[in-house]
Design a protein around this ligand. Structure first.
Ligand code: GDP
Length: 200
């Protein structure tokens, strides 16, 4: 399985430090605690791949994971800390906006949102930046195991209704890292963006 070979390459704390803009890149974004690390670890089939991104000092940077010479995942810094100093919030916005505006190799954005409270103001900001960048968007509603089946399917259709009107490249799915629900769908989305043959 291709994603088991993901390895941490580098972190960029400012737009100047971004790796060369070539090949195909998929970004992961979400509020802190949305379940981004758990989803990345699930994709890679590893326990601690995204621990790297939680290392103090690396939480405010874009962390790059290499799949092969032409393909990378970019783990964007989590957002939504009410108590973060204004300066840190500005730096976050400067870095992420510059990345999304200028990155030619960015083919898709996986936006992770807690299925119990999707589409906060900052999530909406992220959606707008992504759509504005021309990249496709895949919204992943995480921790679906915490909702009953009815509530999960309601939040899926509400989020779909709101996002899918934004363009052809916008899709939404439910996900649970603990149960593994939706993992195949998420990998299939990545396979298609990264032009990998789907493996069974
Ligand atoms: P991040 O800050 O977005 O990287 O979020 P983490 O992946 O570290 O997850 C935040 C918290 O939510 C942790 O306590 C995880 O164990 C928990 N969590 C993540 N994914 C799931 C899930 O699918 N189901 C449940 N029940 N908990 C989850």
């Amino acid at each position: 399985m291709a994603y088991s070979s993901l390895t941490f390459v580098m972190g960029a704390a400012s737009p100047r430090q971004l790796p060369e803009d070539r090949g195909l890149e998929v970004a992961f974004a979400g509020r802190s605690n949305a379940g981004k690390s758990s989803a990345l670890n699930a994709v890679a089939g590893r326990r601690a791949l995204a621990r790297t991104s939680k290392t103090p000092g690396r939480t405010q940077q874009i962390n790059f994971f290499r799949l092969d010479d032409e393909r990378r995942l970019a783990d964007l810094p989590g957002y939504g800390f009410a108590k973060a100093p204004l300066d840190a919030k500005r730096r976050w916005a400067g870095l992420v906006e510059a990345y999304l505006r200028g990155r030619e190799c960015l083919v898709g954005m996986v936006l992770l949102m807690d299925a119990r409270r999707p589409l906060t103001d900052l999530d909406r900001q992220m959606v707008l930046w992504t759509v504005g960048s021309g990249a496709a968007l895949h919204a992943v509603l995480t921790k679906a195991d915490k909702l009953g089946r009815g509530a999960a399917s309601r939040t899926l259709s509400l989020t779909r209704r709101e996002l899918e009107g934004l363009g052809d490249g916008v899709t939404v799915q439910l996900f649970s890292a603990t149960r593994g629900d939706g993992l195949d769908a998420l990998r299939a989305r990545l396979d298609s963006w990264l032009q990998l043959e789907a493996e069974s």
